[in-house]
Structure formats: C-alpha cells, structure tokens
Design a protein around this ligand. Sequence first.
Ligand code: BG6
Length: 485
Amino acid sequence: PGNCASLLVIFGASGDLAQRMLLPSLYGLQHAGLLLPELRILGTARSAMDDATFRADVADAVRRNVPATDLDEASLEALLARIAYHAADSGDPESMARLGERITSMRTGEILYHLSTAPRFYVPICVALGALGLAGPGTRVMLEKPIGTDLASATNINDGVARVFDEDRVFRVDHYLGKEGVQNLIALRFGNAMFEPLWNARHIQHVQITVAETVGVEGRGDYYDTSGAMRDMMQNHLLQLVCLTAMEPPARFEPTAVRNEKIKVLRSLRRIGPAEVQTETVTGQYTSGAVGGKVVPGYAEELGRPSRTETFVALRAHIDNWRWSGVPFYLRTGKRMPRRATEIHLQFRAVPHSIFDPRAKIAPNGLTIRLQPEERIELRLMSKTPGLDRAGLQLSQVALDLDLHEEFATSARRPAYERLYLDALEGNGTLFVRRDETEAAWEWVDAVINGWRANDIAPKPYPAGTWGPASAVAMTERHGHTWRE
Ligand code: BG6
C-alpha cells in the first residue's frame, strides 16, 4: 500500500517490552515475508551503543523469545540487515537533533515512530520530533500503555501529542486487541447470524469477564505499585473486552465505524462512585501461597514494604442503554490466581416455563468464549439424560465445545504485536485505541478509585493461588449469580 511506512523508529529499543515482544514480533513478520523490502528499523534509547552491538542484542532477544521451531538464521540475518541504532536523550535538544539527522538520512517515505518508553517521555519526544520537522504528514506515532494514571494525566499526554500529531496519526496500543482470540470475538459476533438476535437484555441475564493471571508482579513492583489492577488491567484490557462484547454492530470493520461503537459503550457505563464502591467493587492483594504447586511470596514481601495497592479487583458494572439495561457485567482480574484464564461468559435467562417434572432441574444456557491460554467456544445446553426414569424425563447439562487450536491445527497463531505492527505500518487504526476511548475509560476508572479513597478502602488479603477475597464471591451471590471457575 502507498502509505506503508518504510522507516520504523522504536524509542525504548533496549527496554524489556522491546526485547520480549517487539523485536521478536518484527522477526515473526520478517520470517512470514510480511515486511516491505525497503523497511528500515532504527532503535533508539539512552545507552550509547553502535549498530553492531544493538544487532547482537536483537539477535539474542529473538533467539530467547521466539520458539525454536520458528527460528531460521536466514530470516534473522534479513531482519538484522534492516536494523540500525542511534542513542538519544529526549531531554537533550542537541542529542535529539543528531537523532533527527540520522532519521532524515534513513528516510525514504512514511515514518512510524513507536514510543515504548516511560509515558512521561511521550510528549517531550513528540515535541522534539515536531521541532525537527520530522512529525508532519507522512509520519505517525504508536504509543504504549499506560497513557497516564488518571484522566488529568492522560489528557495532558493526549494534548501534548496532539500538538504534533493529528489524531488519525496516533496509534494507541492495547495489546489485547492484537490477540487472535479477541479478534475472534468480533468474528463470532458479526460473522454469524444466530447470536446477534439473542445478544441483549431480553435473553442474557448477566455477563462475566475474567482475566486471571498466575504471575505476580515479576520485578515490576515499582511501576505496579503506583498502578494496581484497576489502572493496569481494568482501564484498558477489560474495558476493551467489555466494548467488543457489548457494542452495536459497526457498519464496517474499519477504524471509525468500530471505534464509534466502542466509545458509545464506554459512555454508557454507569458511574460507580463513593456511594457505590462498597457494594459494587471488591479489591484484594495476594499474600503468600501456592500457585501451580509452587510456593510464592506475598505482594508486600515481593515489594519489600507494606502497600495498599490492589492486585485483584472485581466489580459489578452496568451499561445503561437499550441493549443492556439491567444486565450486570461482572468484571474481575487478578494476579496469582489459580489458573491463567481470560474468558467472557454470557449467562442466558432461564426458560420461561418448565414442562418437565419439578425434579428435573433446568440450568440456564451459557456461552463461554475462552480467549487464552486456549481458544475455545463452549455452549452449555440441556439434554435428556439417557435411560428410563419413573419420575419422567430427566435432564442433564451438556456442552458443545469447540477447540479452535484443534480446529485450526495447521494455521499458526500469531503473537499480538505482529498484528499490531502490521496494521500500524500500513496505517490501519481499527485495532488501536482512540483518544476519546482512553479518556472515557479513565473517567470511569477515576470515579471508582476516588470512591475507594473517599471510603478509605484497603484491599483484602487473599492467598496466592486462590480466586481473590471471599467478598468477590459474595458480591455476585447477593444477586443470585456465581462466578464460573
Ligand atoms: C499488561 C499488564 O498490560 O498486560 C501486565 O501491564 C499483565 O501486568 C499483562 O501481566 C497481561 O497480558 P497477557 O498478554 O499476558 O494477558
């Protein structure tokens, strides 16, 4: 495509995300033959290093993070041949000017900047690029999360970036949108006619979205302790899943149509403020325990000091619109849970009237979309229990269970950043987050966090390897609902 970027500049190129995800994903695209022949990649960070040293680091990062079966020396060489490095400090105009010269010397067409630094550098970097005349038409910028820590700081970053890059040239990453399973949610909803008529308050009793992780904070304590589960996961990944689950059908799978529908969902979220947080939210922090048979320390021990940061949050959200009026959306996410599992579960309403013997229990239908680690779609149905019974026909719950990894056993599932890079390089923003989405999400999250503060709510302890504090279960059971485990 004509507006494909031919230069990718990665800021924060020696950082953890670059090493674990970004460079291995560029390798994946190279290996799959999906990078334009003319694409060059310029890494930049503060540490001084020559091209050869950086290339050796890239080779290490790729070898460490790409499965051996996908490693191919020729592809790696071809990737390295595209790569250069230039040290720069965004706070030092002199060094940015020299970086600008390097960028200009490598420029052959459109440029994609990828900011994978601490967010406090986003505005200074953009402003410096603007001042160097390197941010006009033909350039775009990809920003990592977190965009701010609340609405005010997010607005500041967005305003600063907007002074240099128009919104249609800003690509905010939520890596969940790059996941195969998440895109499959869109395929499932809008590639099938049978779900949409049932996908509303008339037929769905409640929705559950769980993003459970077994990992702890893994040496990221300094960042995580200023964040917590609400900002780190709920503000972005879970709310994006809510949007894709709840939105109206967009007219097309393209950036404006999809994001216009998502923002309507975010704006319809009922505010949970100081008066509601006690009953509608639960926070927790893991203590020592065992995950997968391994004994692990508690959060405060890992951090080396006591903390009031939540590593678990569960809440009961409502979307106040025609489609979802009265349907609770239970959302939960936590670290050090018993299993890694990301899933969306739609619980249908009970049959309106039972024609069977009162002893025959009819469980409501449920549709579960498991996004990771496996991808499965499970539909729970009632079926006749085979055999003879004096009491009449007996029923059992059975599952129609589709394992997508098995179904597509021969198609490779690609990591999220491969999809995201491919789209950003081509200038397709459908799977990126628009400014208004980020800000609407922060506004809603801020109200909850302010509510916790106003009520002096501290997270409840839960042992590592459990599903969070017992009150998270109580919150759903008060309404006659149960978390799926
Ligand atoms: C990141 C969070 O955005 O997502 C991490 O900062 C979290 O805390 C990660 O572990 C989860 O991503 P994934 O792809 O492993 O589900």
